[in-house]
Write a protein that binds this ligand. Structure first.
Ligand code: FPP
Length: 247
């Protein structure tokens, strides 16, 4: 797609009806690489470039929250070489992009238990959170060692602990209170979930939060997910009639 066509697409977006929170399951890096007879890690490297592009594009549009699934609780099952490469790419991303992210007033948040990450990526992530903590234009919420079932079980344990400590009463537990125990406690539920790569599943991503989220799937592999696909997803979203269970 040419530059003019992309701008035309962008111009069609109704800025009064922008999704406040977009969540993305970045998938297809491995298949993108396989199609080119490249190692899977090349797919992840190219995928990282799309992270740079899409963070910039969402921030420019005025989207307030962007959640990205970068590493799941199940991704530890991958070969050590691939895990090491993913961690290196994460470190490279932060080292290269943090100043720009900060300048663009983006706040980095993490969903997932980062205490289990190797030391170097953990330190980089902690530095990024600390440096950007007072930023206010967009929240970049990265899922790292994140799994929705793990998050829900962790929340239940924390709620039980607070009930036992007398901080809350069993009868106080409702949808709103439960949300406050999730990693996303300060973040509204996603309005739009994007999953490229042709897979039609949720893969343990934000299951509690996406109860009323609009889903958008595409066959494009994540390393090919240029900004025009983001605009297409938003335009489709703007045609949806969201009822939240009402009529
Ligand atoms: C899924 O593709 C993708 C991942 C498990 C990793 C996503 C990571 C990045 C895009 C780069 C680093 C991220 C940040 C935030 C800097 P897959 O490997 O499952 O692809 P396949 O299904 O085709 O094998």
């Amino acid at each position: 797609m040419g530059k003019d066509e992309i701008l035309e697409l962008k111009d069609k977006i109704d800025f009064q009806n922008l999704p406040k929170h977009i969540a993305i399951i970045m998938d297809g890096n491995g298949r993108w690489a396989k199609d080119r007879s490249l190692p899977r890690t090349s797919g992840h490297q190219e995928g990282m470039k799309r992270v740079v592009d899409i963070v910039e594009a969402t921030n420019n549009l005025g989207v307030e929250y962007l959640s990205l699934y970068a590493f799941s609780t199940e991704n530890w099952k991958r070969p050590k070489k691939e895990i090491d490469a993913l961690m290196k790419i994460l470190v490279f991303y932060i080292r290269n992009e943090l100043d720009k992210i900060h300048k663009n007033n983006i706040k980095i948040k993490i969903m997932g238990d980062i205490s289990l990450l190797p030391k170097v990526p953990r330190k980089e992530v902690e530095k990024a959170i600390e440096k950007t903590k007072n930023n206010s234009k967009m929240v970049l919420n990265i899922g790292l060692n994140y799994g929705s079932r793990d998050e829900i079980i962790r929340s239940i344990k924390n709620i039980l602990e607070d009930v036992n400590l007398g901080k809350i009463d069993k009868d106080d537990i409702n949808v709103e209170l439960f949300s406050k125990y999730l990693y996303t406690k300060d973040i509204p539920d996603p309005d739009l979930l994007i999953r490229p790569s042709g897979e039609l599943r949720l893969s343990n991503f934000m299951l509690y939060q996406i109860a009323y989220t609009e889903l958008w799937f595409s066959d494009i592999y994540w390393p090919d997910f240029k900004e025009e696909y983001l605009y297409k997803a938003i335009l489709d979203y703007q045609k949806r009639n969201r009822r939240f269970g009402g009529i």
